[in-house]
Design a protein around this ligand. Structure first.
Ligand code: HEM
Length: 456
């Protein structure tokens, strides 16, 4: 605030207070790269350090450029709701994802985004989710038969392979076999490439392998779009190829291909991350593992689609795991115009970063936030309702995850199979470090020992 003098209507001079933007605190770091390494080491520690020191608004340098950190539920609400239409998801994500995942839904803004999202919505309708449920159930059952028991195994690796199997069968409608294996490898190479630091398209570098993988996947999907459009298939690929707008127009072949490749990426590591976090908290809290197993045992297999709504404890545990270990640590947006937030003016053409890692641990929202306490999500406590943008593992606003219900169903269905079939404990004395970048995951891949349950 500054005090100025201004002539009042009656001619007397009056002192008047006007607001001046406060200067935005800079969080420091090395020249050019700023705090990139801090962020990479632990996004959680990075955000909490700057939040404690500077509060809801600060400016950092990350990867050679200024980033405005807007932390907390009010910031999430302002930016994700985007009432002024000035926050671009496209520009913010494109820098990271365009070369490998062009044309994805998150890489579109405004009317174009609305049109694509509306057309895509059919592939996530109640009826579509119900049909995926049936093929998913069979795929999970087949895969878990081969999980080794009685010896340390890396849970992350097992579950990654499982979710990839599900993706090739349920997303693409490709039966297990050599073609499916090649597709999975191409996809893994692409994801690997998306986090490569050296971005040169040379065949022996991970970036070059990712580009080659993309080219093969593009060919695979492009060759099959016409047949999928004419088919009676119920997989996600067929539903996207067949989707029509009000004027009866389909997505172009190129759009179907790009959406499919983007969706595989958006779905795979996030769901794998969630399942690993749930497995970790259940290994650390065997009493909850037993409670959940009882809940699952009361629902005999094969689980019906309606049964997914009858597992309140699994629901609470999943939400709590997503609170503590949000898969996507940063939601970036590009501000096309300057805007004001909490007394600060953020300039036009700025990169803005939101993070669930702060709002998911704020003590004025969450009781004892460091504690694993799934009942905070029970209806009688509903701590997430204290601010509608406090719990944002799936984002919010128009870009809120379109696959949220698909992912929740998949996690619950896999838990149903896992808990009825196995008990598990950590292979070591304590769980390893959590890595937050690029997607939250156990740094040691979560070594556990599985044991067959007595009940089956
Ligand atoms: C637990 C699993 C998942 C988590 C935590 C998650 C998280 C997110 C988040 C945070 C966003 C918003 C990003 C932003 O606003 O910048 C998002 C968007 C998106 N997600 Fe998910 N996701 C998950 C699973 C899935 C699945 C299974 C699919 C597809 C089957 C999917 C497809 C998408 C798509 C297409 C978008 C872009 C939406 C848009 O721009 O309108 N996600 N997801």
């Amino acid at each position: 605030m500054s005090l100025l003098t201004s002539p009042h209507r009656d001619g007397k001079i009056q002192r008047m207070a006007i607001a001046h933007p406060q200067s935005i605190p800079f969080t420091g770091g090395l020249p050019l790269i700023g705090q990139t390494f801090d962020y990479q080491r632990s996004a959680f520690d990075f955000y909490w350090r700057i939040y404690r020191r500077h509060g809801e608004v600060s400016r950092s340098t990350l990867l050679f450029r200024p980033v405005y950190n807007l932390l907390g539920p009010d910031a999430n609400e302002k930016v994700l709701l985007n009432h002024a239409g000035i926050f671009s998801s496209k520009v913010a994500w494109e820098e990271l994802l365009h070369a490998l995942f062009p044309g994805g839904l998150m890489l579109r803004d405004g009317a174009e985004h609305r049109m694509h999202r509306r057309l895509m919505q059919g592939a996530f309708s109640h009826e579509s989710l119900q049909s995926y449920h049936v093929s998913m159930d069979a795929a999970i059952d087949r895969t878990l038969d081969h999980w080794p028991v009685g010896q340390p195994v890396l849970f992350l690796d097992l579950v990654k392979a499982l979710t990839l199997d599900i993706a090739t069968q349920v997303f693409m409608g490709e039966a297990p076999g050599a073609v499916a294996n090649d597709l999975k490898q191409d996809f893994v190479d692409m994801v690997q490439a998306s986090v490569a630091i050296v971005r040169l398209n040379w065949p022996f570098l991970s970036y070059g392998k990712g580009i080659a993988g993309r080219q093969r996947l593009v060919r695979y999907f492009a060759d099959r779009v016409p047949a999928k459009r004419a088919s009676q298939d119920g997989d996600l690929f067929a539903r996207l190829a067949q989707a029509k707008d009000e004027a009866g127009q389909h997505f172009s072949d190129e759009d179907v291909v790009n959406h499919m490749i983007f969706m595989m990426m958006a779905a795979h590591d996030t769901t794998t991350s969630t399942l690993s976090s749930v497995a970790r908290v259940l290994a650390e809290h065997p009493e909850w593992q037993s409670r959940l197993r009882e809940e699952m045992m009361a629902l005999p297999g094969p689980l019906s689609f309606a049964d997914l709504a009858r597992m309140p404890l699994a629901d609470q545990v999943m939400r709590e795991a997503l609170r503590m270990y949000a898969p996507v640590p940063t939601l970036p947006r590009f501000a096309t115009e300057s805007f004001e937030f909490k007394g600060h003016v953020i300039p036009a053409r700025s990169l803005v970063a939101l993070s669930p890692l702060v709002s998911h641990y704020l003590p004025d929202i969450w009781t004892d936030p460091m504690r694993f306490d799934p009942e905070r999500f029970a209806p009688h406590r509903a701590e997430d309702r204290r601010h509608r943008f406090a719990w944002i593992p799936f984002g919010g606003g128009v870009h809120k995850c379109i696959g949220m219900h698909f992912a929740e169903n998949q996690v619950k269905l896999i838990l149903h199979h896992l808990l009825r079939r196995f008990e598990w404990r950590l292979a070591g004395p304590s769980p390893g470090e959590v890595k937050w970048i690029p997607i939250c995951h156990p740094g040691d891949a979560l070594p556990v020992v599985l044991r067959k349950t007595a009940q089956l």
